[in-house]
Design a protein around this ligand. Structure first.
Ligand SMILES: Nc1nc2c(ncn2[C@@H]2O[C@H](COP(=O)(O)OP(=O)(O)O)[C@@H](O)[C@H]2O)c(=O)[nH]1
Ligand SMILES: [Mg+2]
Length: 192
């Protein structure tokens, strides 16, 4: 559940970008950070351990209004995608309010997308969360690739709950904010 900071009159919502390694999660985060006014965003922080890096920052969207007098602050996180770092992928889901699952459109990554989704389901279960009780949306990234899978196939593989899904070319910023807005909306609807 979202953290409430009564002193600052803010509700903090945690959004996690999940998905297979090299799918474009970090690219999404960096693009969003680069587009926000420096006055509304926190620093882009990279938490480095010996083996991996977790990236996050938070910001106060100016156009979202308030929830019962509280401003909403969003914290965006990415998880390391490499299989060996499951401990950190699990940990980052602690206190999550909404998930953007970034699927790689590269046809060579079809299996990895499905495995990553399965891994997310398993890790969510540790927090008694399921794809039915946590807001989540899908992003089909790298739509610019010549060997991008047809959307119908990606929907069949990944969209096992019929959640909102978005095509993106994160490296060019396309579809990045549309995806973020969709998850923000789902989270806020829940809070209200
Ligand atoms: N062609 C293409 N490459 C992308 C796109 N988004 C990200 N990439 C590239 O894919 C690689 C992995 O991206 P990254 O954001 O680090 O993936 P992460 O492991 O999910 O964080 C990088 O070289 C990106 O520049 C995209 O929409 N199209
Ligand atoms: Mg990354």
């Amino acid at each position: 559940m979202a953290l409430v900071n009564y002193a600052a009159r803010e509700i903090n919502c945690k959004i996690v970008y999940y998905g297979t390694g090299l799918g474009g999660k970090t690219t999404n985060l960096k693009y969003i950070h680069s587009q926000l006014a420096p006055t509304t965003r926190g620093e882009l922080i990279s938490l480095a351990t010996e083996t991996e890096r977790t990236l996050f920052f938070d910001f106060l969207p100016l156009d979202l209004g308030s929830v019962q007098g509280f401003k909403t602050r969003f914290s965006l996180y990415t998880v390391p995608g490499q299989v060996e770092y499951n401990a950190s992928r699990k940990l980052i889901l602690n206190g999550v309010d909404g998930i953007i699952f970034v699927a790689d459109s590269d046809v060579m990554r079809a299996k990895e997308n499905v495995e990553s989704l399965q891994n997310m389901i398993e890790n969510l279960a540790e927090y008694s969360l399921t794809l039915d009780n946590i807001p989540w949306v899908l992003q089909y990234n790298k739509r610019d690739l010549a060997n991008a899978m047809p959307i119908e196939r990606m929907e069949k593989d990944c969209n096992i709950r019929g959640v909102p899904s978005f095509e993106a070319v994160a490296s060019e910023g396309l579809g990045v904010f549309a995806t973020l807005k969709a998850i923000s909306k789902l989270i806020l609807n829940r809070l209200q």
